[in-house]
Write a protein that binds this ligand. Structure first.
Ligand SMILES: Nc1ncnc2c1ncn2[C@@H]1O[C@H](COP(=O)(O)OP(=O)(O)OP(=O)(O)O)[C@@H](O)[C@H]1O
Length: 247
């Protein structure tokens, strides 16, 4: 089943300087997708559109069959229950003045989700491999990798269907990166991840499908294994050849 699709999406920040051209790709439920491209290719802009922070100039974004209505607050509340972001920097994305339980429960409050918030926080902590007593501490007591686990716990506490992960492991050292990728893999039974990254190694480890973006255009997409084993577009070939350890 198609969870998310972009159809012919175009976008510009300034008139006559488009940064996305006719972007189309889809995310199937249960099949993680890596969105890859060099700096400035438009990856974060796509995430902005998917979060409803900006609207496409042309084309449409559909989630579970419904067109994204970023100006409709009821729609956006339902949408945000199902689609949650995880950001790159585990240091700046957590409010240092708030306790972990409050940080993790934030989507439950802002989305007005009823039920036992304490139990939901405990379940999210367990899912990301942190002890229950982590809930009583503050972000400064945790390492970068643990903070990213807390950020992931916050993202999954509303039981979303899709995680939008913006370079979610790039700021971490290599061994922590591997552990967080493993965690995302574990979670991806019930959850689908759209991972924005310029790290093809991470995409290869986590994502079934890959979309390659060059200067706001999709130049290649398909099964990650196939695209990386047999890149057809010169831009993909260039991206691959710039990572010698993958060869
Ligand atoms: N707020 C903005 N106003 C004007 N132009 C912008 C703005 N944000 C991004 N751009 C431009 O849009 C293009 C795409 O940028 P975007 O940040 O989406 O790329 P990216 O692939 O996410 O890059 P990076 O990997 O460095 O984050 C770039 O040319 C960038 O300069």
């Amino acid at each position: 089943m198609t969870l998310l699709s972009l159809e012919n999406v175009g976008f510009s920040y300034q008139k006559s300087r488009p940064v996305l051209h006719d972007v189309s790709f889809s995310v199937r439920q249960g099949a993680n997708v890596g969105l890859v491209g060099e700096s400035g290719s438009g990856k974060s802009t796509i995430l902005r559109l998917l979060l409803g922070l900006a609207r496409p100039d042309t084309g449409t974004i559909n989630f579970s069959g419904d067109e994204l209505q970023s100006r409709d607050s009821d729609f956006m509340r339902r949408y945000r229950k199902s689609v949650q972001p995880v950001f790159q920097d585990p240091y700046s994305s957590l409010d240092p003045r708030q306790r972990i339980d409050r940080i993790i429960a934030e989507p439950l409050r802002s989305l007005k989700i009823e039920g036992d918030h304490d139990a939901a926080v405990d379940a999210a902590l367990e899912a990301v491999g942190l002890p229950r007593d982590a809930r009583n501490r503050y972000p400064h007591a945790f390492s970068g990798g643990q903070r990213q686990r807390i950020a992931i716990a916050r993202a999954i506490v509303s039981r979303p269907q899709l995680l939008l992960a913006d370079e979610a492991v790039s700021a971490l050292d290599l061994s922590t990166r591997v552990r967080i990728v493993d965690l995302l893999k574990q979670l991806s039974g019930s959850l689908t991840v759209l991972l924005v990254s310029h790290d093809l190694g991470v995409v290869a480890a986590l994502c079934e499908d890959i979309v390659i973006l060059e200067r706001g255009r999709v130049v290649e997409m398909g099964k990650t294994q196939d695209v990386l084993a047999n890149p057809r577009h010169p831009y993909t070939q260039k991206l691959l050849s710039s990572i010698p350890r993958l060869r």
